[in-house]
Design a protein around this ligand. Structure first.
Ligand SMILES: *[C@@H]1O[C@H](CO)[C@@H](O)[C@H](O)[C@H]1NC(C)=O
Ligand SMILES: *[C@@H]1O[C@H](CO)[C@@H](O)[C@H](O)[C@H]1NC(C)=O
Ligand SMILES: *[C@@H]1O[C@H](CO)[C@@H](O)[C@H](O)[C@H]1NC(C)=O
Ligand SMILES: *[C@@H]1O[C@H](CO)[C@@H](O)[C@H](O)[C@H]1NC(C)=O
Length: 196
């Protein structure tokens, strides 16, 4: 009798199938939940640009000692809608021709979600001895109306997701703005390379 045999087989498999189905459903639901949380929280890389580059009180003494106040605005954009950022320490160095000419710390700050924050960077070169070639390059480049400098920022940052603060990370920025030599400020925006 084929019919009862088929029935028995179906009946015997049902609990197993049922458990398998439940397990599979749980696995899929957990997987989708993890995926959704990960996708919604996954920090997007913040975006940094330099604006308003300017140089005031430039003076190069006869023996190649440089004076000058360099001002920049660092624009920090946090595009994340669920992640805010603590900037706990911010070091800023200014280079010309790979020679460091100024150093400063910026104020630590907290950046909320989806926020743009402008930081004023004041970098003052004071009695900086320039190497022969560097001094010559700077004098020559000044005659073109603007000089190319490099700003390097090292910051310790911490992401905050909901109530959780994640561990510290190192943020490194490298930006190469062009600074006008007259004390007008540059209208160009210069994107910064981000290493996070
Ligand atoms: C720098 O530029 C931004 C916009 O690009 C402007 O909002 C800000 O006021 C400027 N800062 C200074 C010190 O000029
Ligand atoms: C530049 O510095 C030298 C030496 O300190 C000073 O004698 C000179 O007056 C300064 N020039 C300007 C334009 O400030
Ligand atoms: C960004 O955050 C700072 C600090 O909390 C706040 O002062 C500023 O108004 C915010 N800017 C925007 C565009 O939300
Ligand atoms: C440039 O920075 C100096 C501080 O080094 C500040 O006194 C001055 O107001 C700034 N100038 C501009 C145009 O932002």
């Amino acid at each position: 009798m084929p019919a009862p045999t088929a029935n028995t087989t179906t009946r015997r498999l049902t609990p197993v199938k049922c458990i398998a189905l439940i397990l599979l459903t749980i696995i899929v639901i957990v997987g989708i939940t993890i995926l959704i949380i990960w996708l919604s929280v996954k920090p997007r890389r913040p975006i940094y640009t330099i604006e308003n580059a300017s140089l005031h009180n430039y003076n190069m003494t006869k023996n190649d000692h440089l004076y000058g106040n360099f001002n920049f605005t660092l624009k920090a954009y946090n595009p994340n809608s669920r992640v805010s950022i603590y900037y706990d320490s911010i070091e800023v160095k200014l280079y010309y021709n790979s020679e460091q000419i100024a150093f400063n710390n910026a104020q630590p700050f907290f950046q909320p979600r989806r926020n743009v924050t402008y930081l004023d960077l004041y970098l003052s070169a004071k009695d900086v001895v320039l190497y022969g070639d560097v001094a010559r390059n700077l004098k020559t480049e000044r005659t073109t109306g603007a000089v190319d400098v490099e700003i390097k920022v090292r910051a310790k940052i911490k992401f905050k997701v909901g109530i959780w603060k994640l561990r510290h990370r190192k943020l490194k920025l490298s930006c190469s703005p062009r600074v006008p030599v007259s004390s007008t400020k540059s209208s160009q925006t210069c994107p910064c390379g981000v290493d996070l």
